[in-house]
Design a protein around this ligand. Structure first.
Ligand code: FAD
Length: 285
């Protein structure tokens, strides 16, 4: 089923993102966790595409499994790093032949060691060019990425939103945001997007920070602003993992409740292939 059709009957969607397991042990772990998560009846699930297409085979195998063996509405992430038009065509034909109807189309990050994204000859410079091509050649439902604290390469949020509008005009049916912890920034972003004429659903991307290692990693990556309230709690419980876990879950539950109460069209959960936190949060909502 196309997710745009699902929107006709679901005001709010609840979805999970996975990445393809790296080895046999992770695959067993993943099987257990997906079994648990299925009980929550997610609206759809998504599977990431490793940087530079590094997981292409495993991403395609996993979306096939989740869509056709497990019966979940599945979105395949796909980036155009190092991809010519011919490669994109062949890859998307392969996904279409597997019955995949939904794609998350992305430009992707520059390969390791490079700071600037450079498309190959016959490739795409921006995600919007990929959207335009896919819109013209195929019949997929297409999701795009949105950055409420702006994409790192963008000069300003205003400019990034104008570029997002180009992506939407090129065929993005809905948007999923980069993870964030400050709801106010999401509300401001949605208001700015609406003013720019972006009317598609903007589904918030959520991750619970439940360990000290995670918060350190996020701080280093500066991926998203961590509010003082959460940082203080995690600092307090630095040497008490069970309390830290609970503080992270409690924060995410109140973040999700606030988003749903204030009109967010659902929640997209970055599961990191785990199930415990997702189950606790979704059961409390
Ligand atoms: P774009 O929309 O092309 O934007 C990239 C930059 O170019 C932005 O700064 C934008 O403002 C600018 N830009 C866009 N159009 C123009 C224009 N016409 N003129 C000038 N500037 C322009 N990465 C993976 O490798 N695999 C994944 O599975 C994956 N999944 C993701 C899922 C989500 C929900 C999100 C939010 C990100 C994901 N990413 C993934 C990361 C993503 O690939 C990177 O953030 C990448 O750097 C940008 O991809 P994009 O599709 O957002 O690019």
């Amino acid at each position: 089923m196309k997710i745009t059709d699902l929107f006709l009957s679901q005001d709010k969607t609840f979805s999970f993102e996975f990445f393809p397991p790296r080895d046999e042990i992770s695959a067993v772990d993943f099987g257990i966790n997906i079994g648990r998560l299925m009980k929550l009846s997610p609206s759809f699930v998504t599977v990431t595409y490793g940087a530079g297409g590094s997981t292409q085979e495993r991403t395609f195998a996993l979306v096939d499994y989740l869509q056709n063996r497990i019966g979940l509405t599945t979105v395949a992430h796909y980036t155009c790093v190092n991809a010519t038009r011919d490669k994109v065509r062949a890859d998307l034909e392969a996904l279409s032949a597997k019955g995949i109807q939904n794609l998350m189309l992305l430009r992707g990050d520059p390969p390791k060691g490079e700071t600037k994204f450079a498309p190959p000859a016959g490739g795409f410079r921006y995600a919007s060019e990929l959207f335009e091509y896919v819109e013209d050649q195929f019949d997929f439902c297409k999701a795009g990425a949105a950055y409420i604290e702006k994409h790192p390469e963008a000069i300003s949020l205003e400019e990034d939103i104008l570029n997002l509008k180009t992506k939407v005009d090129a065929g993005a049916d809905f948007l999923i945001t980069q993870l964030f912890f400050i709801n106010e920034l999401y509300y401001q972003f949605v208001a700015m997007a609406r003013e720019t004429g972006i009317n598609q659903r903007i589904i918030p991307g959520i991750i619970p920070l439940t360990s000290y290692a995670q918060i350190e990693r996020f701080t280093k990556m500066s991926a998203a602003t961590i509010p003082d309230e959460l940082r203080d709690k995690i600092e307090t419980y630095k040497n008490n993992p069970p309390k830290m876990y609970q503080a992270g879950i409690d924060f995410t539950i109140s973040q999700c409740k606030d988003l749903l109460d204030n009109g967010a069209p659902g929640l997209h959960f970055y599961t990191l292939n785990k199930s415990r936190a997702a189950i606790e949060i979704f059961e409390s909502l």
